[in-house]
Design a protein around this ligand. Structure first.
Ligand SMILES: [Zn+2]
Ligand SMILES: [Zn+2]
Length: 268
């Protein structure tokens, strides 16, 4: 892994780069033979476009897995940006309607831990900006990068317009925040919905034979797609009431949690 200014960059598969900031926020740059795709754009604290251009000179468009602040921060550095229509309002409203306090918390914690920000970054002026987006990405769409095609699946539940992207060449699923192996799945946010989350998990579990790895916006690459069936089953039990949640203290306050071996689910 190589540190480039604010970003950590790791080539996780040929021509697929995982870009991590703040040890927590991940986006992915996929370089095809003709075009490149940036899956999410991070927090906006650094300049993701400058970084991406240092990795590939190909024309690069953006696909947003969803509209939350930590995925849309660098969007306005790009002209061609796709998002699912159901998360468009979330991403394009001014001010960004959700989680203005989350970036401030991250910035405060990062500073207190003694870590640095990129040069020219002004913590006090930082805020999540409304995004300019150029087109819709919906179920069944695909993005041809030359040499590989990226298939789009609508996987709502974490947010209404969450999508997952499957790279046909590598078999890597870019799940945004919809699938986070070994972590809580966030179904407690405004716009989250447990029922549609469960349906999305069934869809993703049905794709498992074509999936080799799962790359989320926050977790390390995970190479056991059998977790998708476990998640589908777990969400099914939560929705049917077969399993009861217990109360849990989190950084989001008191929530309810369904616990399983390799993941959990948080609801409000
Ligand atoms: Zn999210
Ligand atoms: Zn996120």
């Amino acid at each position: 892994m190589k540190l480039q200014n604010w970003y950590e960059v790791k080539e996780i598969s040929p021509d697929i780069y995982m870009i991590t900031e703040g040890m927590r926020y991940k986006c992915f740059l996929l370089a095809g033979k003709e075009r490149a795709l940036l899956v999410d754009t991070g927090t906006g604290i650094g300049n993701i476009r400058m970084l991406a251009q240092s990795i590939t000179k190909l024309d690069t468009e953006v696909a947003l897995t969803h509209g939350h602040w930590d995925h849309v921060g660098g969007v306005n550095l790009y002209e061609k940006v796709g998002i699912h229509p159901l998360d468009k309002d979330l991403a394009t409203s001014e001010p960004h309607p959700m989680m203005q306090e989350r970036p401030q918390k991250f910035i405060k914690d990062w500073k207190e831990e003694g870590y640095l920000f990129p040069p020219n970054f002004s913590a006090k002026d930082f805020r999540v900006q409304a995004c300019r987006v150029s087109h819709d990405l919906t179920q069944g769409d695909s993005i041809d990068l030359g040499g590989t095609e990226i298939k789009i699946y609508h996987t709502p539940g974490h947010s209404p317009g969450s999508i997952s992207l499957l790279d046909q060449a590598s078999g890597i699923l870019f799940s945004g925040d919809a699938v986070k192996p070994k972590e809580p799945q966030y179904a407690h946010l405004p716009g989250s919905d447990l029922n549609s989350y469960a349906t999305s998990m069934e869809l993703l579990a049905s794709l498992a034979p074509d999936i080799k790895g799962i790359c989320s916006g926050h977790t390390e690459p995970f190479y056991d797609p059998s977790i998708l069936a476990e998640m589908a089953e777990g969400f099914g039990k939560a929705v049917s009431g077969e399993l009861q949640p217990h109360e849990v203290d989190t950084e989001w306050g008191k929530l309810k949690e369904y616990s399983f071996d390799r993941f959990s689910i948080w609801i409000r």
